[in-house]
Design a protein around this ligand. Structure first.
Ligand code: S3P
Length: 425
């Protein structure tokens, strides 16, 4: 994909459904009794991996495009899969499904692509094993392929070392089946979509300040859901609007759950003009229309409790910081090293290649903004968030930016380049 400098983005748009919420809706729908109708489901490759894993376990799922209907098998109705479950590129599929699999009355194996086979699974193997589960890393390297033997589980009180919604969710899903209460505490609050959705499906979930607890549930019940637009996808357009002079963009119906809205807080802290219109505090997830206007930005410091609320947006935030006056420091973000690529080193190298003044640190980056960027050849490392970040950086750079392996955007945003082209006209 080749991107050329643009004078400003203008117009109204929507972004596809939220990836995290789409995954969870299929998972809970599959183990609920009755039908779950999911509107605005994200048709990204990651969420399709989740659908195919549950289909392999005997769940009837009709994917009709905008609507997905899951005919749930009930809490104890999954069937032993006939083959190894393939999670593709999706860490959410692999980790959350493990929480469900370890409580079944059958054995299963799961794997995924090259990137998934390098991502840390010890973080779920450890707590789930404490609950009585059996998960074996086939190559004994703490990564997939995993062999999971279904077993009776018991509740635990677990203090996670990482603020990770995937870890928290795997434990809570296992907790649905465990004897007694299961509680997870984390250093900072991570996204809470699992807790919210479990409650909607009828589970007994209680929330503490940085913790969540679940009691075993006899049955979950299917329901109708509408997935809000993904704020992580909207992030590229929000940042593009702030970076490209002359821009004014309205992004409609975006999920603005406070455990996901750190990007907005950081942009405002940097001096951005962003407004929430039409804010709806939906029973399931809050949404708003987001109005963004270009303006001058200044550097900031990003670290601590805000990190999990913008973890997937840090690549595009780093690119935006190149267009802000002064220094931006990103710290406490070592988790970026174990995403679809090592996002600290890939971001640093790619931004440097465009002429930016960026230093890689142990747990983040230091970006000194104000230097003009120039187009060059960018390697996405097949990481969707890297590809989309550099499409945006390319819009604001001199000359042409060429992105290698640009089609990886299909993981989370299949129409990304088309939507970008519409606003860039
Ligand atoms: C996700 C949680 C985050 C995020 C990922 C999706 C989820 O990962 O980076 O894209 O759906 O729970 P961690 O919880 O591992 O930080």
């Amino acid at each position: 994909m080749e991107i050329k400098k643009n004078t400003g983005l203008k117009g109204e748009m929507t972004v596809p459904g939220d990836k995290s919420i789409s995954h969870r809706a299929v998972m809970l729908g599959s183990i609920a009794k009755g039908d779950t109708e999911i509107h605005n489901f994200l048709q990204g490759a990651d969420c399709l991996s989740t659908i195919s894993c549950f289909q392999q376990m005997g769940v009837s799922i009709e994917n009709k495009g905008e609507v997905v209907v899951v005919h749930g098998n009930g809490l104890h109705g999954l069937k032993k899969p006939g083959a190894v479950l393939n999670c593709g590129n999706s860490g959410t599929t692999a980790r959350l499904i493990s929480g469900i699999l370890c409580a079944q009355n059958f054995d299963a194996a799961l794997t995924g692509d090259e990137s998934i086979q390098k991502r840390p699974m010890k973080r779920i193997i450890e707590p789930l094993s404490m609950m009585g589960a059996s998960l074996i890393s086939e190559r004994d390297n703490g990564c997939a392929p995993l062999l999971i033997e279904g077993r009776p589980l018991h509740g635990i009180d677990y203090k996670s070392q990482v603020a990770s919604a995937q870890v928290k969710s795997a434990i809570l899903l296992a907790g649905l089946y465990a004897e007694g209460t299961t509680r997870v505490a984390e250093p900072y609050v991570s996204r809470n979509h699992t807790e919210r959705m479990l409650k909607l499906f009828g589970a007994e979930v209680s929330l503490g300040e940085n913790s969540a607890a679940i009691k075993p549930t006899p049955e979950l019940y299917g329901r109708q859901l509408t997935v809000p637009g993904d704020i992580s996808s909207a992030a590229y357009f929000i940042c593009a609007g702030l970076m490209a002079p002359g821009s004014e963009i309205l992004i409609k119906n975006v999920g603005v759950n406070p455990t996901r809205d750190g990007l907005i807080r950081v942009c405002r802290e940097m001096g951005a003009d962003i407004q929430f219109l039409n804010l709806k505090g939906q029973e399931e997830e809050p949404t708003a229309d987001i109005l963004v206007r270009h303006g001058s930005l200044h550097g900031t410091r990003i670290g601590g409790a805000i990190i999990p609320t913008l973890i997937d947006e840090l690549p595009v935030i780093a690119a935006m910081a190149c267009f802000a006056q002064g220094e931006t420091i990103i710290q406490d973000a070592a988790e970026l090293k174990v995403k679809e690529s090592n996002r600290i080193s890939v971001m640093t190298k790619n931004l440097q290649a465009m002429g930016a003044d960026v230093t890689e640190t142990e747990d983040g980056m230091i970006i000194r903004g104000g230097r003009p960027l120039k187009g060059t050849v960018i390697h996405s490392h097949k990481d969707h968030r890297i590809a989309m970040t550099f499409a945006i950086a390319g819009l604001c750079a001199e000359g042409t930016t060429k992105i290698i392996d640009s089609d990886c955007v299909n993981i989370s945003y299949p129409g990304f380049y088309r939507d970008l082209a519409k606003l860039a006209q």
